[in-house]
Design a protein around this ligand. Sequence first.
Ligand SMILES: Nc1ncnc2c1ncn2[C@@H]1O[C@H](COP(=O)(O)OP(=O)(O)OP(=O)(O)O)[C@@H](O)[C@H]1O
Length: 129
Amino acid sequence: MDGAERGMMPDPLRSLRIALSGLGHLIRSERSSLWHLAASVGAIILGLVLQLSMEEWRWILIAAALVWAGEAFNTAFERLGDAVTLDQNPDVGRAKDVAAAGVLICAVTAALIALSIFGPHLADWFYRD
Ligand SMILES: Nc1ncnc2c1ncn2[C@@H]1O[C@H](COP(=O)(O)OP(=O)(O)OP(=O)(O)O)[C@@H](O)[C@H]1O
């Protein structure tokens, strides 16, 4: 196998490194990522305090992943839009608006999931005798 063929082989470590570098860029460059980070850490702490079940943790994991993935795709669209043109362009503007709508859908869904998991626990905690 020559060098070129080896270059064609999938390298899971390289792919992981690239993905982590993208995640680093997401956290450093997007202010909203800090809110997602705070919300994720907050949900983990609250989940530990309220002693969530395994099933409930699964839903919290899905909710957090939904928001992070939505934000990642939105940021990717923003970068691609900016690479196409920094001038005003209705198609770029519309693409960014639609990507932002995707984030909103993910965030609202995640908030509803979190409410349905934490709500009953918090109600029990507040109203117990
Ligand atoms: N090149 C463009 N042409 C037309 N409209 C644009 C363009 N770039 C941005 N816009 C408009 O401005 C909005 C905000 O775009 P921008 O790239 O500033 O993202 P943002 O929402 O500020 O991103 P974030 O806060 O997540 O970094 C877009 O949703 C779009 O309506």
